[in-house]
Design a protein around this ligand. Sequence first.
Ligand code: 5AD
Ligand code: SF4
Length: 475
Amino acid sequence: MAANRSEIEYLQLDEQQSFVQKVQAYLADKSTRAAYVHSYGCQANVAEGEKIKGVLSQLGFGFTENIEEADLILLNTCAVREGAEDRVFGNVGALKHNKRRNPELIIGLCGCMMQQKSVVERLRRSFPHVDLVFGTNAIHRLPQMLYGCLTQGRVIEKPEDEIDTTVVEEIPTRRDNTLKAWLPIMYGCDNFCSYCIVPYVRGRERSRSPQRVLEEAKRIVEGGAKEITLLGQNVNSYGKGLSEEERINFSELLRRINDIPGDFRIRFMTSHPKDCTKELIDTIAECEKVAPFLHLPVQSGSDRVLDVMNRRYTAEHYLSLIDYARERIPGVAFSSDIIVGFPGESEQDFEKTMELIRKVRYSNLFTFIYSPRGGTKAAEMEDPVPAKEKSRWFQSMLKEQEQIVRDLHEEMVGTVHRVLVEDDNGPAENGSHKLAGRTGSNVLTELYGSPDLVGNFVTVKITKAYNRSVDAEMI
Ligand code: 5AD
Ligand code: SF4
C-alpha cells in the first residue's frame, strides 16, 4: 500500500517562520508577554497544550499559572461531553471582566470544541471579548494567527468540514513535566463509536512515522524523563496509512522503543479492544520497560449496547483478552472507561456491566454518564431512561468500584514493586521526607526517604492499604 498521508516539518513552513520573526519584533518593545494556557480533557489535548506553549515560547512569551496576570489567555477545549463544554463557556464568560480591566489582553480558544460550527458561531455572536479561535490541526499556524490578533484584531477561524490531516512534525514542545512525557504517535480516529464526537472534531486517523516517534522518544530519554506515555485515540491501529517501507504495527513500535538504552518506563493509551491482539499482550509481557498495565475501555458489559455503540466486540471477547493478559503478564492491572445510561440501556444491560466490572476488577475506572453530542448517531436515538435513574446506576457503580480498588490495595500488602518516585511532599516527623510515586501497575504509593530519590526508581514492599493509595517501605 502506498502512503496516504502527508508530513511536513514546522521549521520548513517558511511563511510561519516569517511570522515568528514578526511577532518577536512586535513584542520586543512591549511588556505584554505572559501567557496562561489551560488544557481541558484528555492527554492528547494536554500534549497539544504543550506544543502550543512551545510555539508561544518561540514567539517570546513567558508563562504564568495566574490567569489574572496573563496578557494572553488560551483555553484548549474538550468536546467529548456536554459538561466540559459548559465549563468552557462559563469560564470564557467570566473573562469579560479581565478584558475590561486590561483591553490589551488577548483571549483565545482552541481545541476540539472549536471544530464545531455551532460553538464558533456562538462565540462570534455572543462573546465579542474572544479574540482568537482555531481548531485541532492549526497549532503550526499560531505565529500567523497571533500576529493577526496583535496587529489587526479578531482572528476567528472557520471550523473546516474536512480537517487537514497533514502531520506537522517538529513543532516546538514545552513539556510541563520533565519526569513523565506524553508522546503522541498518531492523531484522529476512524472508529465512529455512535456516541463519540472525536472522529468529527479530530478527523481521520493518521500515524506519525516510526522514525519520528523513535527520535523523539530518544530525545525524551536523553533529556532525563523516566516515563513515556504513547498517545493515540486507538494506538492498536498504529501504522495504518504509512508507506510500505516504513509501516510497522504498534507491537513493533513498542519493541523498538523498549530497545532505547536507559532506565525508563513505557505506558500507552488508548487501546481499542477490537484491535487489541495477543501479539500486543505478548509484547507487553516480553518488553521489560513496558508497564504491566492496560487501559482497555470496555464502555459497556452488554453485547446489545456494545453493538448499538458500534464497538465491534462482545463482552466475551473482551474478557478473553483480559484472561490472556493475566496469564501472560505477571501483576498486570487494568483500567477502563464506562458509559452509564447510553440511549435505550436497560437495568439488565447495566447489570451486565456491573458483572463485567466484578470479573475484571479494574484498578482504575473512568465512569461517565452518557452525554448526547450533536452530529453523532446516538444523539438521534430514543433515550427513555430518566436522568435520576441513570444517576442511581452511576452511584452504585462508583460504590462497587471503590470496594474493588480497596480490595486490590489490600491484596498488594506484602508484595514487592518498582516505584518511580515523582513527588516530595515535604519533611516528615522521622527526619526523612514523605515521597510519592507510582508502581508499574499505576498505584499511587507513599513512602519515606530522601528527597534526592525523586526522579528515580526504587524497589519497595507495600505495607498498608488505603482507598486511594498504598504505603510502602524501601527494601
Ligand atoms: N458521553 C459520555 N461519555 C463519553 N465518552 C465519549 N463520548 C461520550 C459521550 N457522548 C467517554 C468514553 C470514552 C471517554 C474518553 O469518554 O468512555 O472512552
Ligand atoms: Fe471516540 Fe470510539 Fe474513537 Fe475512542 S475509538 S475516540 S470512543 S470514536
